[in-house]
Design a protein around this ligand. Structure first.
Ligand SMILES: Nc1ncnc2c1ncn2[C@@H]1O[C@H](COP(=O)(O)OP(=O)(O)O)[C@@H](O)[C@H]1O
Ligand SMILES: [Mg+2]
Length: 325
């Protein structure tokens, strides 16, 4: 695992009036998925490419496990970090197996040494090695090529994985499937992942941590719940759709809509404190009740009702409306 600290990182391209990245500071947590979220041109790709030294900051530093990237050899650093992009960039004249082992073979491993590893990686990304290792990229669908791209990025077992809109060109169903598989893979591998996206839904689905960028500047860093419940400014509120009721239900926890128990609820249905409002609502609808008991460790149980859910959503929107403009 690795920890990546961005310290006042700026990048101004030659001839540009404004910086593409402007004094960005945050820390990507070890073993977590950190989403870089922003509209087109907000500096996401530029920020990502400075981590593996495809570009260097014009000011500030990126520090990986205590060492600034600029103190590391650029080529060695790049090979030690996995990189997956939307265009995949598989070599058309190499088989899938040879594409996956590109980095290990540059590092001096023979095909014999890496054969087992290649099969393992193909299985990990959901491709049957028997069927796919000897094929060529043109014989694969876009989604399958992305899977190979991910296997290749993981081949040298990097602690850090950089992903730049890797699923951006896929249809919605394939994209969702690959997002789910990335989450499963990450559960096992625990890489430090920096993932660029302009898709809020993707950021919420995958992110342990979301970094919101606008015009090169950092707007907010937080969990999906942080961004929804307490957007730092109007830009974040609009971007994440803090007013979007369905999204609030999907991500906000029941603990934001509790009230003390009155009367006897000893036989009431219970729901865990880490459940979402949507989870609670579906539980109520499917069992035909209008209140549930929420038990938090070491606390007096409280209840959630249709009324408190509604109140919770309303109060979030009132706060947001109050800070608008
Ligand atoms: N190599 C480059 N030379 C000059 N300007 C660039 C270069 N790469 C990106 N930019 C500019 O930097 C800004 C941020 O771009 P980018 O990081 O690609 O944004 P994003 O990935 O969020 O869409 C844009 O204004 C873009 O035109
Ligand atoms: Mg980009």
């Amino acid at each position: 695992m690795a920890r990546i600290e961005f310290v006042e990182v700026s990048k101004t391209f030659p001839g540009a009036n404004l910086p593409a990245v402007d004094r960005v500071s945050f820390t990507a947590l070890e073993g977590a998925i950190c989403m870089l979220l922003g509209t087109s041109g907000s500096g996401k790709t530029t920020l990502l490419r400075m981590v593996n030294r495809l570009a260097d900051p014009t000011a500030g530093q990126i520090i990986i496990d205590g060492t600034a990237t600029t103190e590391r050899d650029a080529i060695a650093l790049r090979r030690s970090i996995g990189y997956a992009i939307q265009q995949v960039g598989l070599f058309p004249h190499l088989t899938i197996a040879d594409n996956v082992r590109v980095v290990p073979s540059i590092l001096g491993k023979s095909a014999g040494e890496t054969a087992g590893r290649v099969d393992e990686l193909l299985i990990l990304v959901g491709l049957d090695p028997e069927e796919y290792r000897g094929r060529y990229p043109r014989q694969l669908s876009g989604g399958q090529q992305q899977r190979v791209g991910l296997a290749r990025a993981l081949a040298a077992d990097p602690a850090i994985l950089l992903m730049d809109e890797p699923f951006g060109a896929l249809d919605a169903i394939t994209r969702e499937r690959l997002q789910g598989e990335l989450v499963n893979i990450q559960r096992r591998l625990r890489k430090t992942i920096l993932f660029v996206t302009h898709d809020v839904e993707e950021a919420f689905r995958l992110g342990d941590q979301i970094v919101v960028l606008n015009e090169g500047r950092l707007m907010q860093v937080g969990t999906p719940v942080d961004l929804l419940a307490t957007p730092a400014n109007d830009f974040v509120r609009r971007l994440v759709g803090a007013d979007n009721v369905l999204r609030q239900l999907q991500y906000l926890p029941v603990t934001l809509a509790l009230e003390p128990v009155t009367g006897d609820m000893s036989s009431a249905r219970r729901i865990p404190a880490d459940a979402t409002l949507l989870h609670a609502l579906l539980e109520m609808i499917s069992t035909g009740v209008s209140e549930l008991l929420v038990e938090e460790d070491g606390k007096v149980p409280q209840r959630i009702t249709l009324g408190t859910i509604y109140g919770g959503l309303q109060s979030g929107r009132r706060t947001n409306a109050a800070t608008a403009h």
